[in-house]
Design a protein around this ligand. Structure first.
Ligand code: GUN
Length: 300
């Protein structure tokens, strides 16, 4: 008798994102029925090619679900003061529900200052310290889109998360830290690994759920994976292949890991589409939070 080699189930992020976008489109219709059309302002400074693609995809998704979008494009020479003035105007504009400043920003602009300038109730990226702190304390706040998208994929493909051991590789403010907070909230035992971790692969092999968010192509191979683990690959790395050709790969070495894991997200087509769908969800959530805040103000 011959045995088939094991191959992990591929998690279809495109399909899950379309399901989420359909739900968001219904929520947008409900807002419209109450006389409010959710609106997202997207700010892009400079001409980073990857950022241009991301922004285009975000605007396209907004259109798909019926969210109004306003695009603000500035040259890389824009001063920090000018950017802060733009954000101030958007904060005050009641017709704008979400503000997204695409990162990275040119080196002469302080990203932290820009993130802190965005009203927490319009911070659809969930990067403002007030939202980051609220997330850790389990409050209903705007939450970073990529970790939110990973949680949705885990809800669909990961089974019951309570009591599982989740390992997050990477500790960025955008992915690693909020991811760990969300997994903890879902009752996982959580380990965060990073570039200074000793024996990282051995610790990762204890994971029922492994989130790879390091930004190093193919770094996570089968030696990091417990048989049967669910693996979510957040990495989006462009690698050149000679003759001017390039392609996108994740942080996970798919060929080796798919022989060990139970399920795995591809790159592209895994977490990426979920991030954009969650941005749309966050724009609706921001609209709802603003309406609640306004109602409380009237009542008070
Ligand atoms: N650049 C890379 N990822 C992101 C993101 O999630 N939000 C913003 N604003 N910029 C990014």
């Amino acid at each position: 008798m011959t045995t088939q080699p094991h191959t992990a189930r591929l998690i279809d992020g495109k399909q899950s994102a379309q399901r989420l976008l359909a739900e968001v489109a219904q929520q947008v219709q409900a807002c419209r029925a109450e006389g409010v059309t959710p609106a997202l302002a997207v700010v892009l400074v400079g001409d980073d090619p990857a950022s241009q693609v991301y922004v285009r995809n975000k605007l396209r998704a907004a259109e798909q679900v019926g969210i109004l979008s306003h695009e603000y494009r500035f040259p890389a020479t824009l001063s920090e003061q000018q950017l802060l003035a733009t954000i101030d105007n958007l904060n005050r504009d009641a017709a704008v529900n979400g503000i997204l400043v695409q990162l990275p920003l040119p080196a002469h602009i302080d990203e932290g200052r820009v993130v802190r300038a965005i009203s927490p109730l319009k911070d659809v990226d969930g990067f403002h310290p007030e939202n980051a702190g609220g997330l850790v304390q389990g409050q209903r706040v705007l939450t970073p889109c990529t970790p939110l998208g990973c949680m949705r994929l885990l809800a669909e493909y990961g089974g019951d998360l309570a009591g599982k051991h989740a390992v997050v590789v990477g500790r960025s403010n955008i992915v690693g830290k909020p991811m760990a907070a969300l997994l903890l909230q879902a009752h996982c035992s959580v380990t965060t690994l990073h570039s200074r971790s000793q024996d990282a692969a051995r610790l990762a092999r204890q994971a029922d759920i492994l989130i790879a968010a390091v930004g190093r192509p193919g770094m996570i191979d089968a030696s990091w994976i417990k048989p049967g683990a669910v693996v979510i690959d957040v990495g989006i790395n462009r690698i050149t292949q000679g003759e001017g050709r390039s392609r996108l790969v994740g942080d996970v070495d798919i060929a080796s890991v798919s022989a060990v894991a139970a399920a795995l997200t591809p790159v592209p087509g895994g977490v990426g589409p979920m991030t954009i769908a969650c941005l749309m969800q966050n724009t609706v959530t921001a609209t709802q939070l603003q309406q609640q805040a306004a109602a409380l103000q009237c009542a008070g």
